[in-house]
Structure formats: structure tokens, C-alpha cells
Design a protein around this ligand. Sequence first.
Ligand SMILES: NC(=O)c1ccc[n+]([C@@H]2O[C@H](COP(=O)([O-])OP(=O)(O)OC[C@H]3O[C@@H](n4cnc5c(N)ncnc54)[C@H](O)[C@@H]3O)[C@@H](O)[C@H]2O)c1
Length: 294
Amino acid sequence: MGWFEERADLAGTVAVVTGGAGGLGGAIVSDLADNGVRVAVLDIDPAAAGELRSALADRGHEVLIEHGDVRDPAELAALFEAARTRWGRLDTLVNVVGGTFRAPFTETRPKGWDALLRTNLTHVLHACHQAVPLMRAGGRGGSIINITTIEAHRAAPGFAVYAAAKAAVEQFARTLAIEVAPDGIRVNNIAPDFVPTPNLDRIGTGDSAMMDPEGVKVAIPMGRAGRLTDISHCAVFLASQLSAYLTGTTLHPDGGTSASAGWFNWPTEGWANHAPLRVLRESGTFGADGGGRV
Ligand SMILES: NC(=O)c1ccc[n+]([C@@H]2O[C@H](COP(=O)([O-])OP(=O)(O)OC[C@H]3O[C@@H](n4cnc5c(N)ncnc54)[C@H](O)[C@@H]3O)[C@@H](O)[C@H]2O)c1
């Protein structure tokens, strides 16, 4: 056994991952399984769940992949019960399910707010409510990991309720972390920025600048979009004993966008926390006289 395997101590542990057949979730499930974790997944997409099941079985992994809706507390409870019956323990919970649509807040309706809260917040509460007693019963502690977003840490025009729901998850995690700390159960968040996945395709990312090798350098200090493994490696770390003393906090695998907070690396002008005059003029919407005072 190598240094990582010995200190991470993941082999033989059990994880529940909601939304585990998607972009980020699939990478997290795969990396946990490759480190010897037995993973139970609940995902609403039957085709993706089927593909994940056969891909992991082909690699000889012991998994439980269920098709279902995490917003239904009964279906969620059934997954925890299936994992408990099969493996008799729970060490890790990863809450991945989440999603949004783009619309100015004033053009949205209570039905849409409710849908966003159910997709991004309420199931996290239900899952944690199921997980903590199982982790306590095991007496070995545990790790709860929520996939939130950079939008929980800044304004997100067009995504007000999504940002609010994810910020609520972050704050919930802080408090739960303290309540369950005496049991050795840790609660942390991972807040990605831009990682191309089917979810992002559905939302739409405006123009394609973020998919352009030069364009992405303007917004992301490290000069590239996130990769699935940038997120899944954080999840492996948080599930493992390498993070044994880390709780109530958030990892930001975002290439530096959270730290840069509004500063952009413009191709000609370099770092600025506003759009350069050249860009405004070239947009054709800025006054011919240069737009007044600069
Ligand atoms: N991709 C990004 O750039 C990015 C950035 C920040 C935050 N996030 C967050 O990461 C998480 C995962 O996003 P992703 O990009 O991997 O999306 P994705 O669409 O690729 O994956 C989401 C998975 O969840 C499943 N799912 C959706 N609703 C479900 C439900 N009600 N019950 C069970 N399963 C359900 C989907 O079938 C899919 O497999 C989300 O919480 C999202 O808000 C993603």
C-alpha cells in the first residue's frame, strides 16, 4: 500500500452520491470507486445511470446505482436503506444534484423559485438528515460534501434564486458541521466555477468566449476551463482521512476566479476590474466621442 492509500484510508468505505451519473457526479463516483469506495448512486436519468452501472461493473467495482428523484424523500431514504442493508455502514455523502435556468428575478414566478429550492437546497437537508444517524451509528465519523458553486459567493445576475439556494447550502453546512463535529462527522462544500458538463450546455454560457482558449484567459486567472477531475479530486480529498481535521469550510477549485472577484485579464490591457475603453468602443454601443469622461 502506498503513501496515499494508507493515509487516505478510503478502501472499503461506503459513499452515497446523489446525481452521480452526471458530469461532475460521474467523475466523483468514478474516482471514489477507483480508490476502493463502495458507492450508492441515485440519479434521475435512467440512461446515464445504466451507462454508469455497466462502466463501473466492467472495472470490477462494487456499486449500487438506482434510478430515482432525489427531491422525493422516500426515494432518497430507500437508497440509504439499500446501502445500509448491502454494506452495513456509511462514511461519505456527496450531494451533487443541482441546476438552474437563466432569467432576471422579476421575470420569474413562485413556481420557478420553488423548483430551484427543491433542486438545490431541500434534498440536501433530507440527505443529511438520513446520513448523519447512519454515520453516528457506525461510530467512525464521516464526511458530507456539498457541490455548491462560485455563485454562492458573489452576485449572479440571471440566477438569483439558484445563488440564494446554494448560499443557503453553504451556510447550512457551516452550522451542521458544528453540530456533528463531536461525532467526528465533517461537513464541507466544493464551489466550482466553470466546468463544461451537460448541465452547463442546458443553461447556455452566453457567447462562446469561455470555450475559446484565448477567451477563457480573460475570466479565469489560470487560463483554462475547469476539468471534471479538478472537482472530483477535491471530493476524494474531502472523503478521505487526508482532510480529517477540515470541517465547516469550502474548497474553491475555480482556477482563481473566486479570488480575482471581478478582475479580468484583458488581452491587450492586462488586469483591470472594469472593461477597457477599447473594448467598449469596439462594442459599437459606446459613445462616438469615447463615452465622456474616462
Ligand atoms: N458544471 C459546472 O460548471 C458547475 C459549476 C458550479 C456548480 N455546479 C454544480 O455541480 C452540480 C453538478 O452539476 P453538473 O454540471 O455535473 O450537472 P449534470 O447535469 O452533468 O449532472 C447532474 C446530474 O444530476 C442528475 N439529477 C438532476 N436532477 C436530479 C434529481 N431530481 N434526482 C436525481 N438526480 C438528478 C442528472 O440526471 C445528472 O446526472 C450541480 O449542483 C451544479 O449546480 C456545476
